[in-house]
Write a protein that binds this ligand. Structure first.
Ligand code: FES
Length: 170
């Protein structure tokens, strides 16, 4: 017959029961289970409170309202996202500004792009034309989100500069 019959393996009748290693580990296990269940509950409640329409993948960023974006013409650099945003005749496309050699930010030059780090050059389409850069600068997918903003998904890239244009339907 076991000396103690409770799950934590200590004698309730002792005046000053010492906590054994086993009972301490049992308490820690119970605490970890309660904490895990609480975290799962919180995650499911938060997921319920925030509808899917508000979830934007971390690879995605907003260009803004189509009316604001498309009133501009030409190519501008977005330092925060390290991209070039080009607008022309009601269309927009977005190209990376990250050099395909070692990741420096390329500069816009008359002939296309130039990397200040090791001298790679690209033509105006982003095709690598010189230096150590092994591949062209990609374009990212642009689309209209549920909010009406123009969004860019940096996880979806193409090298097709014609296909990269996005024309929002108004
Ligand atoms: S990082 Fe651009 S050439 Fe090396």
């Amino acid at each position: 017959m076991p000396k103690y019959r409770n799950s934590l393996n200590f004698d309730r009748d002792e005046k000053d029961p010492l906590m054994t290693r086993r009972s301490f580990l049992a308490l820690m296990g119970v605490g970890a289970c309660i904490a895990g269940a609480g975290a799962l509950f919180n995650a499911s409640v938060l997921g319920f409170l925030y509808p899917n329409a508000m979830k934007v993948p971390p690879s995605t960023f907003s260009l803004g309202r189509p009316d604001d974006v498309l009133t501009r013409e030409g190519k501008v650099f977005n330092a925060r996202q390290k991209v070039f945003i080009e607008t022309s005749a009601g269309r927009v496309r977005v190209q990376t500004a990250v050099c395909t050699h070692l990741g420096c930010t390329v500069n816009l030059v008359d002939t296309g792009y130039s990397c200040p780090c090791h001298g790679s050059t690209y033509d105006s389409y982003g095709r690598n034309t010189g230096g150590p850069a092994p591949s062209p600068l990609v374009f990212f997918k642009v689309y209209k989100g549920a909010s009406g903003d123009l969004l860019v998904d940096k996880a979806q890239a193409t090298l097709d500069w014609n296909d990269a244009w996005f024309t929002p339907v108004t």
